[in-house]
Ligand binder design. Structure first.
Ligand code: 9D3
Length: 246
């Protein structure tokens, strides 16, 4: 896969893309990252990429011409390019979207800045993604999050860990808690069940921990989780014991 990043701050990506897993993925040939400076597509001498908003108001707006020129160049080089704008107004990026994007041969991730992008960008992009409901200074960190989430799903990355394993894992619940040595740290003990060697009891304990954590922290996940009858009964017993707590 190839991932192009279009940005006004190309230096932003130098270090993250040369670290750990992303670097290894690139060295293995699973992915090629290319950072493109939007300023290179600003035709005028002063290479202006933003301007004041029509209709007035605070801040600056990213101009359409450099964006359209950069997108056109990418599509001309490869008509199969999937063009994605990172923007606070996009639909929410999630694991299902990461899996979908991992199936494209070529992504172009566009990082916005200033108060926003001239809205006519919508005639040139395929989709618009947000990473969540908080305001950042630009689309660079969101683009890196997409890069990271997509790259780890590519065949051969991380020793063959793929999307299939991913999907079945814990069936949409939060993970159970993990522990390693020492058995006691500053008075905090590892749960004894993990030291007793009864693998059936351990599996049941872990499942119940995952269920209890999900109920308390991310109840929104339960609607889509794959739950057995035993799981449902355990959750019901949790609800009852929580009611008794009050
Ligand atoms: C004043 C209105 N703002 C929208 C809420 C304008 C605005 C703020 C911040 C426009 C762009 C930005 C920079 N953020 C992104 O480009 C961005 C983003 C984000 O801020 N939150 C979550 N996901 C994303 S993806 C790109």
């Amino acid at each position: 896969m190839r991932i192009d990043l279009l940005t006004l701050f190309p230096e932003f990506f130098a270090s993250p893309l040369s670290q750990s897993m992303l670097q290894r993925a690139q060295a293995q040939g699973a992915v090629t990252y290319r950072v493109v400076n939007l300023r290179d597509y600003a035709g005028d001498r002063h290479q202006v990429t933003d301007d004041r908003p029509f209709g007035g108001g605070p801040g600056m707006v990213m101009k359409i011409e450099p964006l359209a020129a950069a997108i056109r160049a990418a599509r001309q080089a490869d008509p199969q390019t999937r063009v994605i704008l990172l923007s606070p107004s996009g639909s929410r990026f999630n694991q299902a979207k990461a899996r979908e994007l991992a199936g494209y041969p070529h992504l172009l991730l566009i990082c916005g800045h200033y108060e926003g992008v001239d809205d006519r960008i919508h005639f040139y992009i395929d989709e618009e993604l947000s990473i969540g409901d908080y305001i950042l200074t630009g689309g660079e960190i969101p683009a890196l999050m997409v890069v990271d989430a997509v790259t780890r799903l590519l065949p051969g990355v991380l020793g063959g860990e793929g999307a299939t394993e991913e999907e079945s894992f814990q069936e949409g619940l939060l993970e159970y808690p993990h522990y390693t040595r020492p058995r006691v740290f500053e008075g905090h003990e590892v749960p004894p069940v993990l030291l007793e060697g009864d693998h059936q009891r351990i599996a049941r304990w872990r499942r119940r921990q995952a269920l209890a954590r999900t109920v308390r922290r991310r109840p929104d996940l339960l609607a889509r989780a794959r739950l057995s009858q035993a799981d449902r009964e355990f959750i019901k017993s949790l609800a009852l014991s929580q009611a008794e707590d009050r």
